[in-house]
Design a protein around this ligand. Structure first.
Ligand code: 3ON
Ligand code: FE
Length: 488
């Protein structure tokens, strides 16, 4: 049940590490069935499909991968129809997945430290990237696309989840180019007659980093594209948009390629975030030829932004900040992480004055959180509510077990917790059809139950975080990353 947040912190853990670990077991099987174990009732107005992506395999034929972010992408689809729900999961049939399943062993190094067996000699000078298509999935312009930020999207059949192949956005993407895993949908784009458009980016890192912005109209056609070079090595996983800007936070990372070249570390493990130096906020105009602005800001490392908006001459950006980039070193095991030794992600608001180039950072929520979302119509606009995955306890670093709702107007917080056995994933906000209030709708989150070793989709009322329904799956789903809902 949801609680108003004024409880005191408890000293005992809200979870068991053993149960948490069980959420990182491979799911080998592909399923399709109507969900028949339902508590509560699926709202009849909830119609459409929730697509989610995430690593489905944490090993290749028993050879463990080093980090979950290196796991092969597996798509889940929950289709809601007249109060019923159908489930389907399928692996993205990437070239690397097919080759490794055929060979029965790891054939590619992973960005986050997965290595081929045989030590450094076997990995030396192997710079091939395995496009694992594991980070996000979105239905746009009649295409279902599985995304991984370092390579091209894979196109899937939205009803069968069958992989159709790499997608070059009708000839726009060159072979081998990137397309980020964090597209943002501008709900009301002036350049597209007030229609929605999808804004995404591509990063080409190096001594200098190139950021390319793509804007796709509702038919999926790339209608605007521009590139910008920024100094230094850039690892930017996400961005934020407003009607006029794309906003990136470039952390001060140095890249030491030697251990990567030598086959000792993954590319991502060779990044060092220099937390004693400020990040650069890179503010790119979406159209026109105003210059790119770069403003130094103390922000630690950011994976995800919640939203951004322009108001009263200011630009606000809400982001989850880490004091350090969490990484799993070559001799560490992610399953034995000491949560309390890692910095938690925390929600900050950055208020920029673009005329004076001043910025005012403010810690908004000290509770450990990740995967922030807002109402789709508020993307790029001032929003009253932000929803996030959060730790059960108000302080410290811990697995995500709760959903937190933050009201920017009243400063109230509501928390729905799945502790002690439940572990949540990214909440997805689905507006109720014909709704008017910003929090009229549902939050959908996949919860892994570490005691039952099964997952369930939980539907919460977004206004009060009361449970509407729990849809119990027949099996578990490994902890996932991102997804999107489509009412098509
Ligand atoms: O070598 C360069 C640096 C680099 C790291 C260039 C590069 C483009 C090859 C690159 C690759 C980056 C990639 C592939 C990033 C992929 C990230 C990913 C799959 C997931 C990120 C997830 C972030 C978070 C915060 C997840 C949180 C999860 C939980 C709280 C637990 O469920
Ligand atoms: Fe992400």
């Amino acid at each position: 049940t949801p609680t108003q947040l004024n409880q005191t912190s408890s000293t005992s853990l809200s979870y068991s590490l053993d149960e948490w670990r069980k959420g990182y077991r491979s799911l080998q099987d592909e399923h399709e069935y109507w969900i028949d174990e339902i508590e509560g009732q699926i709202p009849a107005e909830l119609q459409g499909t929730l697509f989610r992506n995430g690593p489905g395999l944490l090993d290749v034929n028993g050879q463990r991968i080093h980090h979950p972010f290196d796991g092969d992408g597996m798509i889940c689809a929950f289709t809601f129809q007249d109060g019923r729900a159908h489930f389907r999961n399928r692996f993205v049939q990437t070239q690397g997945y097919l080759e490794e399943q055929e060979a029965g062993k790891i054939l590619y190094r992973g960005v986050f430290g997965t290595q081929k067996l045989g030590g450094w000699l076997a990995n030396l000078l192997d710079f091939r990237l395995k496009n694992i298509a594991n980070t996000n999935v979105i239905y746009w312009g009649d295409k279902l696309l599985a995304l991984w930020e370092a390579a091209e999207p894979h196109r899937l059949d939205p009803s069968t989840l069958e992989t159709l192949g790499l997608d070059d956005l009708d000839g726009v993407l060159q072979p081998g180019s990137a397309f980020a895993a964090h597209p943002r949908v501008d709900p009301n784009c002036a350049l597209d007659d007030g229609n929605a458009c999808l804004v995404n980016f591509a990063i080409k890192p190096g001594l200098s980093t190139t950021i390319t912005i793509y804007e796709l109209d509702v038919s999926g056609k790339v209608v605007r594209q521009h590139s910008h070079a920024v100094p230094g090595f850039g690892f930017m996983h996400d961005f934020a948009i407003t009607p006029n800007y794309c906003i990136f936070f470039q952390a001060p990372v140095s890249f030491n390629p030697l251990p990567y070249l030598l086959g000792l570390k993954g590319a991502g493990q060779s990044l060092n975030v220099q937390t004693d130096r400020p990040s650069q906020a890179i503010i790119i105009p979406r159209h026109g030829d105003a210059p790119v602005q770069t403003i130094p800001v103390e922000a630690g490392f950011i994976f995800h932004h919640a939203n951004a908006f322009e108001q009263d001459g200011k630009l606000c950006v809400d982001s989850i900040c880490y004091a350090e980039l969490p990484a799993v070193g070559p001799n560490e095991d992610y399953l034995t992480v000491k949560f309390d030794r890692l910095a938690p992600g925390q929600l900050w608001r950055f208020e920029f004055d673009l005329t004076t180039q001043q910025v005012h950072p403010q810690l908004v929520e000290p509770r450990c959180c990740e995967f922030p979302v807002v109402h789709p119509d508020r993307v790029g606009r001032p929003n009253r509510y932000t929803y996030m995955g959060a730790a059960h306890a108000p302080t410290g670093n811990a697995p995500l077990q709760a959903i937190l709702k933050l009201d920017w107007q009243t400063d109230d917080r509501l928390l729905w917790s799945a502790a002690p056995h439940g572990f949540v994933s990214e909440p997805i906000f689905v507006p109720r059809p014909d709704s008017t209030a910003e929090d009229e709708g549902w939050l959908l989150t996949l919860v892994f139950d570490g005691q039952q070793e099964r997952s369930k989709l939980v539907i919460l009322n977004a206004s009060d975080l009361q449970e509407v329904a729990q849809l119990k799956l027949k099996h578990h789903i490994p902890y996932g990353l991102h997804g999107n809902f489509t009412s098509h």
